[in-house]
Design a protein around this ligand. Sequence first.
Ligand SMILES: *Cc1c(COP(=O)(O)O)cnc(C)c1O
Length: 490
Amino acid sequence: MAILRKRNSLEMPKPQSPQFAAIPSVDRLLHEPAVKALAEAYGHSATADAVREVLAEFRAHLNTDDGSARAAPEPEILVQHITDKLEDSAAPSLRRVFNLTGTVLHTNLGRAPLPVEVLEAITDAALHPTNLEYDIGKGRRGDRDSHLEARLCALTGAEAATVVNNNAAAVLLTLNSLALRKEVAVSRGELIEIGGSFRMPDIMARAGCRLHEVGTTNRTHLHDYANAVGDRMALIMKVHTSNYVVEGFTAAVPESDLATLAHDHALPFVVDLGSGSLVDLKRWGLPHEPTPRETLAAGADLVTFSGDKLLGGPQAGIIVGHADLIAKIKRNPMKRAMRLGKLSIAALDAVLRLYDDPDRLAEKLPALRWLARAAIKIEAAATRLLPAFTAWVGERGTVSIVSVHSQIGSGAQPAGALPSAAIAIHPSGGKRGRGSRLKKLGEALRGLPVPVIGRVENDAFVLDLRCLDDEAGLISQLAAATSANGKPQP
Ligand SMILES: *Cc1c(COP(=O)(O)O)cnc(C)c1O
């Protein structure tokens, strides 16, 4: 396994006698049986390039600073460096990791993992021609949304649906289609930023709309919206303030009141729901998250939400609502620039089909399974993992099991924390230098063959086990690293 190898740094041979063996030629090395085997595995040109690069690196180091010459490297060392270089460049950049951060839908770690049930659909779409935009019955051009629309409508109660690359695109496309060069009313309490790159005011500007801010940060009333509505107003928008809560003296206008106001002025009412769970999460003892169905029932004309948040599918942006508005959105030429790819359509279709059997959703959708996992089960996993972590940490610190809180992530329910259990590593030694020892622990965990990502909390390195499925894999890589080290590194 290429990515599992730990690369040694370029070891230079020790200076020996003044006369040193000549560095072999590229050609001679390429005829070495070991290098021939590499060419078989990685291709001739990549191998020849690696040979050239390694020889150049060694040549550059043959002369030391004081002018004396170093010995040329043994062929085995050269071959080792060539192998490392080839493995390095052949290794994929996108790698699997263990998400022990405690944030289930972690945007930086790819949000919701897909269920295995979707693999066949993805493989089929990947390996073969499909009816992606082809109507088999009629024998002519079809619509890629057709694979998803009926199910999305059934799951949300909408008349129509369309799908784009992500929810940011869904919002951008909706605004650009319905409010170009016009005003959009949004409460000042909802002008959110998500993950640093999605800021509602910036999206509005790029969509070609003028943001009409309404109310104040903590309180917005129906009359604030009513006063804002004028000739230039194109729609009223509500944004689910998914990644923060405003507490204390607050007021927001219920969706149904906003819908009535919008409709009185013949304006569409659009809700960006962000996460948008398709089912009531209370069923699994989780905090309720508004569903697209409820939001449409409350009077929203369009609702946008993500495919890879609580829905548990691939990255996608879903727009559901009135048929005439969806049709207008689909006519926007920008839709073409934001359309969903066939692999994602295959995956989303397969995930939506799992919703036909809601009783087994928490078994099948990994993100939902993790969210619903009981603290007592997570604690049991921590007990099983404790010895492997204790051995791996060795002299570097003490390991214990602690109670923590996980979070849903990706904006859903910032306040609703889920009781969980974690392995906590307290670095040995006093207060001085603790920060750098914690940093080193984090580096060592990330340096494992399948990198382990955790968090620092209360002066300890904390590994929340809520999202751990491959317990055996984690234990075995810790054991392998422990015995490879002989003794753990400082
Ligand atoms: C997450 C989120 C978005 C962005 O969705 P992506 O799928 O990440 O593009 C937009 N609005 C809200 C309210 C969100 O929570």
